[in-house]
Ligand binder design. Structure first.
Ligand code: TYD
Length: 141
């Protein structure tokens, strides 16, 4: 099966924010506006300067990536086109649909990359080799 998603299917979403003088709350709950239900939450932290994460695609997984603290850049790639999205506010989330290669770079000191995922961890859902990704997308044989 060939997955035809492209980088335009990935959206930067402004999340609900409740503001008061003692600080802010951002809420993400199933059934609100995410196109998936959340089955898993994980976060990257203590990322050493200069490190890069990601470097893979998923076959079926939807994710919402949030810079819960600090900042980083997410490079999304559908095999034809690439785009870099900078995340630096906890009230924005980048929706990544299945079939998109992603790399996460330029972590600021103290950055926390919060990920909400549509499925539990399943290694067979990963494509970790870029050539295999292009095959998966039907771009090479
Ligand atoms: P990986 O997704 O490759 O990290 P990143 O894309 O952020 O660089 O995961 C790193 C390791 O953690 C890998 O051995 C798999 C493991 N892991 C789990 O066991 N469960 C999970 O939910 C995730 C995201 C990773």
């Amino acid at each position: 099966m060939i997955i035809t998603t492209n980088i335009e299917s990935c959206k930067l979403l402004e999340l609900k924010k409740i503001h008061n003088r003692a600080g802010n709350i951002t809420i993400i709950q199933n059934g609100d506006f995410l196109p998936f239900n959340v089955k898993r939450v994980y976060y990257l932290y203590d990322v050493p300067g200069g490190s890069e994460r990601g470097g893979h695609a998923h076959k079926n997984l939807f994710q919402l990536i949030v810079a819960a603290s600090g900042s980083f850049d997410v490079i999304i790639d559908d095999g034809n086109n690439k785009k870099t999205i900078s995340l630096n506010r906890p009230y924005y989330g980048l929706l990544i649909v299945p079939g998109i290669w992603r790399e996460i770079v330029n972590f600021s000191s103290g950055a926390i990359c919060l990920v909400l995922a549509s499925e539990k961890y399943y290694e067979k859902d990963y494509i970790r080799n870029y050539s295999n990704f292009k095959i998966f997308k039907g771009l090479i044989c």
